[in-house]
Design a protein around this ligand. Sequence first.
Ligand code: CDP
Length: 639
Amino acid sequence: MNTTIQHVEPILGTLNSTVTLPGSKSLTNRALIVAALAEGTSVLTGVGLSDDTEAMLGALAALGVRTEVSGTTVTVHGRGATLAVPTVEVDANQSGTSARFLLPMLALAGSGTLTGHEQMRARPMGDLCDALRGLGAVVDGDRLPISVAGGVTGRAVSIGADVSSQFVSALLLAAPVFPDGLDLTLVGTPVSQPYIDMTISVMEAFGANVDAAPDRITVAAGGYRATNHAIEPDASTATYPLAAAAIVGGRVTVAGLGARSVQGDAEFAKRVLEPMGATVFVDEDSIEVRGSGLLDPLTVDLGDMSDTAPTFAALAAKASGTSAVTGIGFIRATKESDRVQASVDELNRLSVDATVDADGFTVIGADHVPAAVETYEDHRMAMGLALIGLTRAPVDVIDPGCVAKTFPGFWDMVAELRSEAQASPLVLAIDGPAGSGKSTVAKLISERLRLPHLDTGAMYRAVTYAVLTAGVTLDDHEAVRLAAENAEIIVGPSRVLIDGEDVTTAIREPEVTAAVSTVAANPGVRVVLAESQREWARRRGGAVLEGRDIGTAVFPDATLKIYLNASVEERARRRALETGDDDIEAMKAKIAERDHQDMTRETDPLTVADDATVIDSTSLTIEGVVDAIADAWISAEGR
Ligand code: CDP
């Protein structure tokens, strides 16, 4: 066994990465089998090359199927139903899918022996052997090595679907090449139903005719048609970088995996990360997660995405309370390691309280202590546990090389997330005087950039409203500061509340507008509100903030600073339209007075930050301004 150690240090900063991941191992191995059984040459692109795929390619060679690998493209010269009788033992190594999918292939070849790595020899195969026997094959043994003699002659058979969906998939994949197809009865509720759906989607891509009901699947005979087929990035693998965004805070986008995915695990972000508090966007072709580093506890049934259990263990360890996973008892015997016991033992080693349940495990989130963790020659345990070291305290991962089973580039990806992390959250600061268009533009750009939006002016207005209502004199600086400190202000997308009172309209009244710049000049008020604005943005993993001093005082390290301006005439005209007050000259005077107060106050006056991009909106359309900011953001975000 490899005894090297990978030291994982906390990432200080917020993540900001788009990652490209290897192709799905599950889809790759399914497509390799199907292409091998097709008549003619198929080209598979975006293939996930890993130890598991290597095992499959080696086994196919033993069955007389020629393949050529070039980068992530594999050309497969399919043989239809005429596989060669292997002259050597066919070796599935550690690959569960290879072992399961290859057994019916040996039956098709007529005879052969399938073997595998010690770990694989301990994993169950019996139900699949029985099904093949039921179809007429002579199968010797119930665990690897297993010898098969004689081909498939029957059509109808039943199988327990509640043990491993891989047994069902194995029979389905070979079925179009069986002499009469397959009539498969599923006994019990299938575990990992999405994997069966995935199998059928690959079969159909190669022209198979499948009729699936919950308890019975029929496959017509007739073989497969060779085709060119693109493999999606691996959705189980995607859970690691996406969970990292939720754990560390910031943004991570996985490219090439989205709403169209046929992989069940692509749901992880929506079903686990979102309820734990992260913001999730699923597009046609990408999944993006924005996190704050703060996680809510969650109890979830992961029965149909059980490979994500180790990722969930890491998230649960970080959550502010008790989390639990259910529905995964069956993985204890069928996967590389007993991931239920292993997760619990390793969390305990890190001083995180975790216990094994009948059908999963329970974790009480807590600050972990630095420790070295065992990985049980299990890639998913290694990748899941590594996530824990990304915040608070380091974790040493023993035998890090085991990730090669599905994701040889995992440690490079972690290094990349680290090097691309930023010192501060992603912040777009938009400053400028009244009427320059900040609010309209900030709302639109926040939708475009998918960052939440905070109107900081509304906070100053809310405090002003509270002070005026309480009858506090504006000159009493300490009383005004205390009012700001004690107020609970919530600025939502469409409403503003102060101490539970909805003041959305009230804070726009002329009395508030007339007094707000005096309140905003109070240094104590500024300290209180600036800190709550920083906290607001940090908790959301980034934000668009509009105001007067965002780029100069609140976030001097903002990702991008915009200073939005317009002539005083134009600003007065816009305000007059908004308020219905058509005395433009009076409006001009009020705006000029407020500009003067905001620009000449002592604490954090309205000025153009040295590194701000100045946009004069006098003669620009709103779309024009938003486009200009979006362009500037793209280059700033990449810096
Ligand atoms: O909407 P309008 O442009 O009239 O102003 P606002 O954004 O609602 O801000 C009202 C007032 O709050 C400004 O005139 C400033 O005096 C103050 N303010 C500030 O001092 N610092 C900020 N970051 C935001 C607003």
